[in-house]
Design a protein around this ligand. Structure first.
Ligand SMILES: Cc1cc2nc3c(=O)[nH]c(=O)nc-3n(C[C@H](O)[C@H](O)[C@H](O)COP(=O)(O)OP(=O)(O)OC[C@H]3O[C@@H](n4cnc5c(N)ncnc54)[C@H](O)[C@@H]3O)c2cc1C
Length: 393
């Protein structure tokens, strides 16, 4: 059996590995020239933990993890207003929370392809898929240069992220499925030894209205930046490039943020914060996985975790299929089992959208109060979040 996977992100690589281990021949087509180095720090917990333990990926992830002690909200003078204790957060999540950079998860999934017998999974970088469809004869995929046409595979797996082209080609245009949550998020990594020394081991978040900057020191001398702001152009803040937009949206947040913005690359990651909601994720020979069909958004804090768990489940269900006519049923079972898990996380992400960026001082004070309350014995985060949501309505 042969699969073509579009996208070598977390979901695509894990799906490819699991199918390769089950004996499938897998071609992964990735538009980037090499693994993408850009990324942000992610909390890794929930279904991806159990799944990565089951498929043997967890040790590689644990090795790449950062040890963050706290997430500290600070005012523009750099004074801490409230803190989230990661040890406590980790205990509430059953002791299994890893702090991982997105590119490190991807690198771990790529390295884990070494577990598959040589030649069974091939990852082709610099291969942008411009057309993909399936019919009775199999999978037809056209790669950008127009010279390469892949045919003859049994299954097409769209693991090409929130703006999936496979989804657009097979299921319909993006506007039918993308649900924006009213914010944008940007992320980039800069080399800045002084800031690295200041923020290593601490996740710093600005305690600000309508926008939030996050920074953390990584590796030897780098700092990862994460910026979230409202998805509306503020009067006088129209900008030609993402870098200019970030400069004007995040002006006046103190010296550390100013320095980050000075070093911001010309084209940082900067995208709308959105979910993907679709009535159906598969056809007879095509299936979507990861953000392509069920993006939960950064507000749910579980997209990477769900990308691994969903791809692993797809491998479990599709892997044993040995005849073309068994594919449709397997894809239906995958969707039936996985959709409820994704929907729960999406609901949680939508609820968080109401309070993630406080709109006024009252909401900000409430957030501080809730975060402080989570440090009290007997008050867990769930209770605290419920209180916050009910007050914020
Ligand atoms: C700022 C931010 C913070 C986040 N924080 C967290 C967090 O704390 N915890 C968490 O679990 N999740 C978090 N997430 C979500 C998480 O990063 C995603 O859910 C996860 O990476 C999705 O993986 P994926 O493999 O489905 O898609 P992607 O990572 O988007 O991978 C898709 C791949 O497909 C490739 N591709 C696209 N189009 C084509 C094409 N036409 N041809 C070939 N290749 C193509 C892309 O280049 C890419 O490599 C966050 C996301 C953002 C943006």
């Amino acid at each position: 059996m042969k699969a073509i996977v579009v996208g070598a992100g977390i979901a695509g690589l894990v799906a490819a590995r699991q199918l390769g281990l089950a004996g499938w021949d897998v071609e992964v087509l990735e538009k980037s020239q090499a693994p993408r180095p850009d990324g942000y720090m992610m909390d890794f917990f929930g279904p991806g933990v159990e799944a990565s333990e089951r498929i043997g990926l967890y040790p590689r992830l644990a090795e790449a993890a950062y040890h963050i002690q706290s997430a500290d909200y600070v005012d523009t003078e750099g004074r801490t207003t409230c803190s989230i204790d990661y040890l406590r957060f980790s205990k509430l999540a059953g002791g299994k929370v890893l702090s991982l950079l997105r590119p490190d998860i991807e690198a771990a999934a790529l390295a884990a392809l070494a577990d598959v017998p040589a030649g069974r999974v091939r990852v082709r970088y610099g291969a942008r898929v411009v057309k993909a469809r399936t019919d009775g004869d199999g999978v037809h995929v056209l790669v950008e240069d127009g010279l390469r046409q892949e045919t003859g595979a049994d299954v097409l797996i769209g693991a090409d992220g929130i703006h999936s082209g496979v989804r657009a080609g097979v299921f319909g245009p993006e506007r039918d499925y993308l649900r924006p949550l009213g914010m944008r998020a940007a992320a980039f990594i800069v080399t800045e030894p002084a800031l690295n020394a200041r923020f290593r081991g601490r996740f710093i978040l600005t305690d600000t209205l309508n926008r939030m900057a996050g920074l953390y020191g990584i590796r030897q001398d780098e700092v990862a930046a994460f910026l979230v702001y409202r998805d509306a152009v503020s009067p006088g803040k129209e900008a030609a490039t993402a870098r200019q937009r970030l400069r004007s949206e995040f002006a006046g947040l103190g010296d550390a943020v100013e320095r980050l913005l000075d070093l911001c690359p010309g084209h940082p990651y900067d995208d709308t914060v959105a979910q993907v909601v679709m009535p159906r994720w598969h056809t007879e020979r095509t299936v979507l996985v990861g953000d392509a069909c069920g993006a939960v958004s950064l507000l749910a804090g579980q997209g990477g975790s769900l990308a691994i768990a969903g791809a692993a489940l797809l491998g479990d269900i599709l892997g044993p299929v040995t005849r073309t006519r068994g594919i449709g049923g397997a894809l239906a079972r995958f969707e039936q089992q996985w959709r409820p898990v994704v929907e729960v996380a999406q609901k949680s992400g939508r609820r968080t959208a109401a309070t993630f960026l406080p709109r006024n001082n009252t909401q900000r004070l409430l957030r501080r109060w809730v975060i402080r309350a989570t440090r009290l014995p007997g008050v867990d985060q769930l209770v605290a979040h419920q209180i916050l949501r009910s007050i914020a309505k």
